[in-house]
Design a protein around this ligand. Sequence first.
Ligand code: CA
Length: 227
Amino acid sequence: MPRILIIEDDLQQSSMLSDYLSSEHMQITTCALGSDGLALLQKEHIDALILDVGLPDMDGFEVCRQVRTFSQLPILMLTARGDEMDRIIGLEIGADDYLPKPFNPRELLARLRAILRRAQHNTPDTILRFGRLEINEAAHTALIDGENINLTGYQFDLLSVLVKHAGRVMSRDQLMDELKGHDLEAFDRSIDVHISRIRSQIEDDPKKPRRILTIRGTGYLFARQQD
Ligand code: CA
């Protein structure tokens, strides 16, 4: 059971998170002050840290900076809003990931699992994340909410190509060109079949896809943001 420390002064938020993560088989410790969290991290083994930026005694960035002087444990930072500056500062001082408040607990769980996994395998960061979807190119896995989804090798490669060109329309010809190694898939039509299979795995509603969009008469587009 991974042991997680939450440093967060909003007690309602921290008890909600603590209940939720406990129900997902994690062992949770909470602190409301940065200084208490730092003291605890120095004497006990913790697998990952969830760190709020706004704390009463010192800000979360300072806590993160100090943690990095003695530990490489994975750190997920929480901030009040999606401020790009916060994100950049957080990542520059060594946080592993960042989540703006308010957040979906399931998304937090998925990210927490991802940073725990990365720390465990100590693999370089080859993970691409789009909302609930996470793609690990090195491991050849695609996950939704941290759970593996079922794709064939061809489908995984097709999804990777779309993701690599996220925000750009890809024609069927371009897609097939990128997937040339797979010569079993000779016909135009098969792309569509595989796309619907991928959609059935990654879309909330595969009939109304918001992630992989069909651009009529042209091809497909992987949307970075779902609107
Ligand atoms: Ca706070």
